[in-house]
Design a protein around this ligand. Structure first.
Ligand SMILES: NC(=O)c1ccc[n+]([C@@H]2O[C@H](COP(=O)([O-])OP(=O)(O)OC[C@H]3O[C@@H](n4cnc5c(N)ncnc54)[C@H](OP(=O)(O)O)[C@@H]3O)[C@@H](O)[C@H]2O)c1
Length: 308
């Protein structure tokens, strides 16, 4: 006769097996990291899928929400991710990242990318120091002037910090096509390591001037808003994924198709989608593996999505 204990044990084992199966191969054996791209100025190789933190990591000190963000970060690093992007503008996101890194015992191979965001030109270094303490890292790998705010004061200060070894790379950021003319001027005139901008199959203005200029000047590119803050994926979800996305590129959904389009632009170093979900971070990392579109297929992706 089956005892209650054996029934419970069997149910628990079945549940555990189902949970492992639901996690897919990632739970059973480690997957390779996303394809790497080199930062032209330093030669450092970075996985082409990163992690943003705007809104998603602004969770205050709510313990379950902090634990959920820490789980996203753990899955991100387990899956081979490295680049995490934040800003003093993102509420409690920096502290959330610090919590996640501490949960991992300070062993995560993070490439810590943050920003200076203050109109007070003489406050940049102090703000960066506050941000560094919130992350709990020894130094930032990248500091960017957020949305070009007070760049005239911040860029010289950041270059000084780099010369003193207090930050490894310096960059500028913009989004949604803002101030591209001024952005281009700084890309031409300043010794930048990184430029962060918006690029996805529907927002392609950067293809005209900024991305070719980045390639020409040896500036690494981080791509923000790959999913238009989620709106692009919500719109695409109303349509079936084209069969060729799965058969030719191995995509398991729209998120991977969009990310594969982005990270195969030759000037792009890393896309930084944000998410609150472990399954989504795994899916996003998966876009950096397997077959990648060539230029004709990239054009087909953009044309297909634009026509929907
Ligand atoms: N000027 C600047 O410097 C600037 C401006 C904007 C953004 N950024 C940076 O770029 C990062 C990314 O941009 P963003 O956060 O605005 O938007 P985004 O990454 O384009 O979209 C984030 C949204 O996409 C959803 N998502 C992520 N992966 C998904 C998946 N596999 N399937 C379905 N939904 C998915 C997330 O919802 P779930 O939580 O449900 O996954 C989230 O709501 C920011 O977090 C920030 O670090 C910088």
């Amino acid at each position: 006769m089956t005892t209650r204990r054996r029934v419970l044990g069997g149910a628990a084992a079945a549940a555990a097996a189902a949970a492992v199966a639901a996690l897919g191969p990632a739970a059973a054996q480690p997957l390779p990291p996303p394809a790497a791209r080199r930062v032209p100025s330093s030669g450092e190789a970075l996985p082409c899928i990163g992690l943003g933190s705007w809104i998603t990591f602004n969770v205050g000190d709510d313990p379950p929400a902090l634990a959920a963000c820490a789980a996203v970060m753990r899955a991100f690093f387990d899956g081979g991710g490295r680049v995490v992007d934040s800003s003093p503008m993102y509420g409690s996101a920096q502290a959330t990242i610090g919590h996640g890194l501490a949960q991992l015992g300070g062993r995560a191979p993070v490439f810590a990318a943050d920003k200076v965001w203050t109109g007070a030109g003489d406050r940049g270094a102090a703000q960066a120091e506050t941000s560094r303490r919130r992350w709990g890292v020894a130094r930032f790998d990248l500091l960017q002037v957020h949305n070009l705010l007070a760049w005239e004061a911040h860029l010289p200060a950041l270059f000084e910090m780099k010369a003193a070894g207090r930050v490894r790379h310096v960059g500028i950021s913009t989004s949604e096509g803002r101030r591209h003319a001024e952005f281009e001027r700084l890309m031409r005139s300043q010794p930048l390591d990184f430029a962060q901008l918006t690029y996805n199959p529907l927002d392609r203005e950067a293809e005209q001037r900024l991305l070719p200029l980045a390639a020409e000047r040896g500036i690494a590119v981080l791509v923000n808003r790959p999913f238009r803050e989620g709106a692009l994926l919500r719109a695409l979800a109303r349509h079936p994924l084209p069969a060729w996305a799965a058969s030719e590129l191995g995509c398991d959904g729209w998120a991977q198709l969009v990310l594969k389009f982005i990270v195969t632009h030759p000037a792009v170093t890393c896309a930084i989608p944000a998410t609150t979900r472990v399954d989504h971070v795994r899916q996003n990392l998966g876009a950096g593996r397997g077959p990648m579109p060539d230029e004709p297929l990239r054009r087909r992706i953009a044309a297909h999505i634009a026509a929907l």
